[in-house]
Design a protein around this ligand. Structure first.
Ligand code: ADP
Length: 279
């Protein structure tokens, strides 16, 4: 089982012809509300790929929180360890332009109350965290998790040295890789390059890479990185060698960008393993 400790957000998205500059108003946009948060996106992707996943997090005692909980449960995520706390459910305000380029403001709300009291971690489960909840909570999870521990170091922030040392795998996009110099000395780092695929680095040295799947009908690139993270942890956990695991995660990321949702429909992991094993 893959367990995610992380954020759960309601994404309120306005799709406009272009992104406004400061002080400018762009009209004619289309409004959409959908589940998001890197943690929830990764848990849902894992559940769709593996058939199950567990999420540790928090939502508010509000309509958004109830909606997000039932949506996650419906996707096959075990939501028993998601707390319902006072205050607002985390919310992301997202602007998307006609090219799929985006700007995002995050209001953490209940994600600031994620705590690990009473949560147990087993040695047969992999843990996947991000940096949208308090890094002290991520560090506590890293200390207590007896099994495989992966960190998606996003959004980019300096990583507590003890946390970085505990990581069996760090996953970042190329911007985050440049913003966090300590990653150049980390034992295993996966870096994503959007339409240019992904690579694995050991102590700053590139040891494996895989090209992206060419996608001509891009619907939404938000959530591609999250689907990639869940897929890579599951692929490595199932014993695939490095470049095959990257190819599987790229294939999952490609399906994610073809899907308008940031919690995209995905095939079971075996489908991607088979589709990539001759590449
Ligand atoms: P993030 O959204 O976190 O910045 P990336 O944009 O690097 O992450 O995307 C993560 C992964 O999703 C990529 O490594 C790739 O496998 C896949 N992906 C993203 N954008 C595209 C694209 N335009 N075409 C094909 N695959 C893509």
């Amino acid at each position: 089982t893959l367990t995610v400790v992380g954020s759960i957000n309601l994404d309120i998205t306005a799709t406009a012809s272009r992104l406004p500059s400061p002080g400018e108003t762009v009209g004619g946009a289309v409004l959409r509300q959908q589940p998001g948060g890197k943690g929830a996106n990764q848990a849902v992707a894992a559940a769709r790929l593996a058939g199950n996943a567990r999420m540790v997090g928090a939502v508010g005692q509000d309509e958004a929180g109830r909606t997000l909980l039932s949506a996650m449960a419906g996707a096959g995520v075990d939501v028993q360890d998601i707390a319902q706390v006072e205050g607002a459910t985390g919310t992301a305000l997202v602007l998307v332009d006609s090219q799929g380029e985006n700007q995002i403001v995050v209001c953490p709300g209940a994600n600031g109350s994620v705590a690990l009291d009473g949560i147990t971690f087993r040695d047969d489960e992999a843990l996947l965290c991000q940096l949208e909840v308090d890094q002290d909570v991520v560090l506590e999870a890293a200390r207590r998790a007896p099994g495989f521990f992966a960190l998606n170091a996003a959004p980019a922030a300096p990583i507590i040295p003890e946390l970085l040392e505990r990581c069996d795998l760090v996953i970042v996009n190329e911007t985050e890789y440049e913003l966090i110099p300590a990653l150049k000395n980390a034992p295993l780092v996966a870096v994503t390059y959007g339409a240019d695929g992904s690579a694995l680095f050991v102590d700053g040295e590139r040891v494996a890479e895989a090209p992206a799947v060419r996608v001509t009908d891009i619907a939404n690139t938000i959530g591609a990185g999250d689907a990639f993270c869940a897929a890579l942890v599951l692929a490595l956990g199932s014993g695939l060698e490095h470049s095959h695991a990257l190819a599987v995660a790229n294939a999952v990321g490609a399906d994610a960008v073809r899907d308008a949702s940031s919690q995209p429909a995905l095939q079971p992991l075996e489908h991607y393993i088979e589709a990539t094993h001759l590449l």
